[in-house]
Design a protein around this ligand. Sequence first.
Ligand SMILES: *Cc1c(COP(=O)(O)O)cnc(C)c1O
Length: 230
Amino acid sequence: MTTICNNLKKIQANITIAAERSGRPAGAVQLIAVSKRMDSGKIHQAIACGQYIFGENYLQEAQQKLPILDDNLRWHFIGHLQSNKARLAVKLFDVIETVDRIKIARAIDQHAAALNRDLRILVQVNIGREKQKHGVLPEDTEELLESIRQTTRLTVSGLMGMPPWSKDPETSRKYFRELKELSVLLSKQELFSDNNNVELSMGMSSDYVVAIEEGATMVRVGTALFGRRE
Ligand SMILES: *Cc1c(COP(=O)(O)O)cnc(C)c1O
């Protein structure tokens, strides 16, 4: 068994334990394998071991990698998106996790309409209120979701967030909890496409277990699966 396959099995086992600890079945949490700056050989190893959902941050890189890979995979865009690149993102990806302003939501919506498809999105929230991070501020999320209601092709599945960087995963817990609380509040206002089933994309290699304990339904894991990036 390859290292990547071993890593995948370990991560899946951790997901199962953490999900059960939060009172949910393992199937309630999706693993997004973050394959940015990983070559297709490594992605193939993960596929061979059963992984089929992947995340990429850079459009140019995705444009080169995705067409040579299997059609049955699911791709999440998790990088920062500019409006002039929205068309390419819509063409390549199944889910765009980083919608953080109305301008980009409208651009995605228009291109989805032009391609005659619907597209799942998440709204990225800057849960740590960090200047260097993208994402809508927690207090502005409601207004953004209200505006997104006027689009026609977007399925607004939930929220995505990244806490401030820390070595200690416990430091992330309160940010994950805040994002969960925000999602509950906004679902009561019926601002998502399915308010009984709101997705929460939170947690990376260092803190995905804590994120699941706090309610993550999607974790985005790169280095713990593939090893260090070049
Ligand atoms: C790179 C990245 C990840 C994965 O980070 P790891 O620490 O390698 O697991 C997750 N989410 C986003 C948004 C990223 O940019």
